[in-house]
Every structure is written in structure tokens, then in C-alpha cells.
Design a binder for this molecule. Sequence first.
Ligand SMILES: Cc1cc2nc3c(=O)[nH]c(=O)nc-3n(C[C@H](O)[C@H](O)[C@H](O)COP(=O)(O)OP(=O)(O)OC[C@H]3O[C@@H](n4cnc5c(N)ncnc54)[C@H](O)[C@@H]3O)c2cc1C
Length: 493
Amino acid sequence: MSLSRSSIFSVDYDRCGQLFPDNAQDWSWKEMLPYFKKGLTLTPPPAELAKRFNISTDTSYWGADSPIKASFPSYQYPGLDPLVSAFQELPGVEMISDSGAGRAGVYWYLTFMDPVKLERSYATNSHYSNHLDRPNYHLMAETAVRRVLLEGTTATGIEFYTEAGGVATVKVSKEVLMAAGAVHTPKLLQLSGVGPKKVLDAAGIKTLVDLPGVGQNFQDHSNIAAAISIPGLKEIHLNAEDLTTDAAFKQWADDLWAANRTGPHSIAYGNIAGWLPLTAITPERFAALANELETQDRAAYLAADTYLTVTKGYAAQMKGLAVAMRSPNTVFARRVEPILKQPFSRGSVNIDPKNPFGANPVVDYQSLSNPVERAVLVEMVKWYRQFHFSTSLATLGALKPNETSPGADVVTDEQLAAWVPTALTPTDYHPAGTAAMMPRKLGGVVDQTLRVYGVRSLRVIDASIFPVLPGGNTCQPTYGVAEKAADISKSQA
Ligand SMILES: Cc1cc2nc3c(=O)[nH]c(=O)nc-3n(C[C@H](O)[C@H](O)[C@H](O)COP(=O)(O)OP(=O)(O)OC[C@H]3O[C@@H](n4cnc5c(N)ncnc54)[C@H](O)[C@@H]3O)c2cc1C
């Protein structure tokens, strides 16, 4: 599992502070850094690998005591060298010396891997398994919560499905901490009577707290299927294909893996990528696109029956995003595969009105509903072409790079804009935003202490609280949120 941290609210721009002018709790980069460190231990790359690929790490951005560990695979293919060079040939692209610095640019990123056991490090084997003997910690695996129980507007426990097909309850003495993720947290809140009254009425659920933001503001990173292969990379040996054609190399790789789980089989992907700002993706157009976002009628891009508070929150977010579009330090696109890291559209996750308890929630991405999103994706594809055809990658090896999608006949901005919806995958498995930490008057669901508005003794602690997606992968930011939430909850219990 790959790891990056380009901050919930990037280093130079505190988007949470901007949404919460009174800033009762500080969720800025500076404040989050100790929690990022608490949530993850770094092991620098082996010295030989670091020297060969010029990989630097700065331990001031990383923790040393967390049971969750990050490290580098012990081997990388030499074909990464020309990619690094190509990145540096394009304007506005910076090499960043440490992936934990919360900066936009090209950097070596870590893998969630225990460097001693050489296995994935994650919450189950690093937190849960270490505390099985605690008398006050009991996990019921394969057990689904049905809803939160509320007496009036106070959360008093939860209801869950038993193995026998019935329903049982657990009462709490302090508070319920909801961590069902950005798809199931809003579902459970709505099933508990906390959510937009219109949605709850349609499903026949009695509204206990009318909270329009629950399940709205849904965001994910999206993936555009532009594909350009680089035949020249195959001429650089050793490479991953050699594992199928070079018996001696395969034997060496197999032996290393069998001996100590190192070598080529320890790599998921090469651990370098560009996490680029819009100023680098399109130095010519970023300002015009930011202006367009600032001046557009944003409400027109939300569903017609969207609550006013949610609409206001969307407008506030887009205003902030326009500022971020002009920043050289907010990530908008990830390379080598093109992924949009700052969505402009907002979807929803609502209970199914026909079968609220029995069916999965209805997930509606609403991708491309804001035209600026499509325009940015067009610029991303143009940059992707530049990366392959206007750098040294174009002359690497005997054969030129080969574009299979969108293809040579898709040339103009209009043609690219027409192609985008045919090639978009709306998820990069990073759902977020459906119980957003924003002011209630802006459609927020939790306050800055993660308490659900209008409900006593109920907090949300998962990726649904991100008001806007981080410009990096979401796992470590979620661990950071959880570490800070634990401190808040303990201090207020
Ligand atoms: C295939 C895939 C690959 C990914 N790769 C990466 C990566 O490389 N790097 C990265 O940073 N991020 C990655 N992510 C994203 C990362 O896993 C998520 O951002 C992160 O797990 C979000 O944490 P969360 O606590 O919000 O939700 P989750 O981790 O989804 O936790 C929610 C938990 O609630 C449980 N739950 C839901 N409903 C109920 C219910 N009714 N009753 C009881 N329990 C319930 C679920 O079973 C789950 O265990 C990936 C995600 C996926 C799906």
C-alpha cells in the first residue's frame, strides 16, 4: 500500500482554518504534523538503494514510536531513472527531498511495510493484534452495526445484527465513536435519524436531528484512462518483464524472496511519482481556470434540491480551491498514472429510500458536474502527452512512446473534453467528505472536535470528516485524524 501525505490542508494553505474562521481547534499542517508522526514510524531506505537512486529522507517529518511502520522495498528497477529526468525537464516541477514534507512535486514515497517482518503494516496487525489481552477492548468481527441509538438527541449506544439474524444492543457510558468510513458512516447516521429530512422522510425514517450535510459533499480522487507506453524502458535492464524472459534473473529474485523477502518481488510499484500542482500541469491556463471557478454560478452544479447550507459550503470550498489552483504547493494531479487529486464536483451517499436497512446506500459521484473539473482533466491529459513526447522519454530507445488512449485522432480541447467522460473512473478508492468537519451553516456534519452537530455523545473519526480531499493518498491522513481525535476525545471525556 503506497503512502503519501500531501497534507489535509497543504503546508502553505490551511483550508480548514479558512472554512472555520473562529478556529477553535487547530487542524492546520503544523498542528497535524505531531499526529502524522505519532501515527507512523519511518525506516529510511537501505543505504545502497538510497545512494543508487538519490533517495533522501528527513526524519523530522516522521515518527519513531508508532506501531504502524513505513519503509521502502529493498529493490527498485533502473527504468525509474529516465522518468525522474523527464519530470525535471518540465517547467514548475520540483524534486522534493522528503515525501512527508507536505509539498507538491516529485518524490520518493514510502510503502506501508514493516521493514523487519517485511509484511504490510496496518491498523489490524499493528494496533488491534497488540492489544488482544486488554479487558476493556472487545472487537466483534463480521458484525454489522444497524444504527446508533438515540434517546432524544443523545447517543446512548448502538444496535447491531447478531449471527442468528436478530438485533442486539450495546449501551455506552461515555460516547459513541463512529468510524464506518465515508460510505457507511453517512448511511448509519441517516438510519439513526440524523441527516437531511427530505432523504429521511423518503425512506420512512423519523428525523431526530435535521442535519442536511450528512451524506453530501461526497468526494473521491478520479482516474482518467490516458495510456502511453514507453517501449524504450524495456530496453533498460533489469526490468519487470525480465522476470518472465530471463531465467537467471528470475532465479535470483526468487532466491532473495525465499531467503529474506527482499529483491524485485518486494516491489508493488516503483516508489517514485509526481504529485503536481496545477501551476505545473498548465502554466498557461491555471490562472484562467481559477478565475472561472471563482466567478461561476456554483449552485448550478449541485443537484436542484440541495439544501442551502450545503450549497453555501460548496461555494466556500470552491473559493478556497481557486486559491489553491494558483499555488505551486497544492497537489492537483498524480503522475505517472493520471489521477485528479482535487475534485471540483460533489456527489452524495444516501440511504436507499426503497430499502433503507436492507440495501447498500446509493452512491452518486456526480463526476464532471462542475465544468472546471472537465477542463482540468483535459489539461492533465495534455501534460501527460508533454511528459512522454516533449521530454527525453520521446527519444528513449529505438521506438517512440505509443499512445493508445485517447489516441492520435483526439487532438483539440473540444475533442479531449468529449473523450473525458468516456475514460473516467470516478474512484481511486479514496472516498471522503460525507460527514464534513465544517460549520453547520456551511453544511458541516461535525464540529472541530468531531462531534456530530445537534447530537450529544457522538463523534465521527474516519475519512468522511475531511471537508476536502487531501492532495495525497488518504490512509495516512486518516491515521493522523484518528490520533488527534483520540487526544480530543480523552481530553473531553
Ligand atoms: C483497494 C483499495 C486500495 C487502497 N490503497 C491505498 C493506498 O495505497 N494508499 C492509501 O493511502 N490509501 C489507500 N486506500 C484508501 C484507504 O484504505 C482509506 O482512505 C482508509 O482506509 C479510510 O479509512 P476509514 O477509517 O475512513 O474507512 P475504512 O478503512 O473503510 O474503515 C471503515 C470500517 O468500518 C467498517 N464498517 C462499515 N460499515 C459498518 C457497519 N455497519 N458495522 C460495523 N462496521 C462497519 C468497515 O468494515 C471498515 O472496517 C485504498 C483503499 C482501497 C479500497
